[in-house]
Design a protein around this ligand. Structure first.
Ligand code: SF4
Ligand code: SF4
Ligand code: SF4
Ligand code: FES
Length: 351
């Protein structure tokens, strides 16, 4: 690997060739603010919040899409840089509702976080403001275009992660809008409601509908687990408040990055479905009756033993599930071979 020597904020470092200035800063713990950049998406450099000063370059450069070059000298926190970032934030807030008090994103909002860090308030640039209708048309995603900062992450997530290309930019200038093509609603578009656009949105423009009013970010514990819907096994965060799941959000899982399916992200309410079985049932005289786990397992063991004794191991086959873990599937085939004496094992994910 070719290492490139650079100097950042007076510190001499070497980073692999092809590293961006932002990645180099991340490597040595310098925090550069970012609104449109996400490591799982392509870099477009639209928000201009990540600008840095580079010796020998007249203009400030966006660090997310500028690659390091040998002997580059970078200043990430100069007066010029800080002023530029403040101005960018002031411009963003100029057409943004002052709605943090009731906004679902509060506590997790990048825009509010940076405004606080840089001491920026609304009002520096007075002028026209948009008053768009909310898009409340679908069961899973609440879209508030008034809180959109046009970072384009949702557009890229839909293209690059989901491969659907449902979203784009409509209109021009002040009226530019990130929206489903034709400036229609989510439910009237080709959207499959995977919610990957919601996962990357840095503001309250896209939020999970079921989580509205369920608790502030700091009241919710994130419990990392594996989605149980299919064999991909995405890493997910259960959002738990007062011992109850109030939502599912994606996290930086190695299996799926931020991507999830509509089932994994929005189908979690089965947990509290009153028809869900929570105790074993045994059929007696044609009716299912609740039983203990010991009773149920004893019954299954004795019936399986009967089958093997009466008809031989060839009468038994094991069909396992993609929704269980590798370890469980391993145990199932072990049981079939070692206990029942048959190699008739199969799996629902095999086609
Ligand atoms: S999106 Fe962020 S800045 Fe805008 S109202 Fe919500 S919390 Fe406040
Ligand atoms: S909806 Fe969110 S992710 Fe999409 S452009 Fe607006 S702020 Fe960015
Ligand atoms: S929910 Fe999925 S398919 Fe629909 S716009 Fe967002 S990323 Fe695209
Ligand atoms: S994060 Fe670099 S331009 Fe937006």
């Amino acid at each position: 690997m070719n290492l490139i020597p650079i100097t950042m904020d007076g510190k001499r470092i070497e980073v692999p060739e092809g590293t961006s200035v932002m990645e180099a800063a991340d490597l040595i713990g310098i925090d550069i603010p970012r609104l449109c950049h996400d490591p799982v998406l392509g870099s477009v450099g639209t928000c201009r919040l990540c600008v840095v000063e580079i010796d020998g370059m007249r203009n400030l450069r966006s660090s997310c899409n500028t690659k390091v070059t040998p002997e580059m000298v970078v200043h990430t926190g100069s007066q010029r840089v800080l002023e530029s970032r403040r101005t960018m934030l002031e411009l963003l807030l100029s057409d943004h509702p002052a709605d943090c008090m009731t906004c679902e994103k509060m506590g997790d909002c990048k825009l509010a976080g940076y405004a606080y860090d840089y001491g920026v308030r609304k009002g520096a640039f007075a002028g026209a403001e948009h008053h768009y209708d909310l898009d409340d048309t679908n069961p899973f995603i609440l879209r508030d275009p008034n809180k959109c900062i046009l970072c384009g992450k949702c557009v890229r997530a839909c293209q690059e992660i989901t491969g659907k290309n449902v979203l784009g930019f409509a209109f021009k200038g002040f009226d530019t809008k990130a929206t489903p093509w034709g400036d229609t609603t989510y439910d009237a578009s080709e959207c499959i409601f995977c919610g990957n656009c919601v996962a990357v949105c840095p503001t309250g423009a896209l939020t999970e509908k079921a989580m509205q009013g369920q608790g502030r970010t700091w009241e919710v514990e994130k419990v990392r687990t594996t989605c149980s819907f299919c064999g991909v096994g995405c890493t997910v965060d259960l959002n738990v408040k007062d011992g109850k799941v109030v939502g599912v959000t994606s996290t930086d899982g190695t299996v799926n990055d931020l991507a999830m399916s509509v089932k994994g992200r929005f189908g979690w309410d089965y947990i509290y479905n009153e028809r869900r079985l929570t105790k074993p049932l045994i059929k007696r005289d044609g009716r299912f009756e609740e039983a203990s786990w010991d009773e149920a397992l004893d019954l299954v063991a004795s019936r399986l033993g009967d089958i093997r004794q009466r008809y031989g191991p060839g009468a038994f086959g094991a069909l396992s599930s993609a929704r269980t873990t590798n370890e469980t599937n391993y145990l199932m085939q072990k049981f079939a071979r070692g206990v029942m004496g048959t190699n008739s094992v199969d799996h629902c994910a095999r086609t």
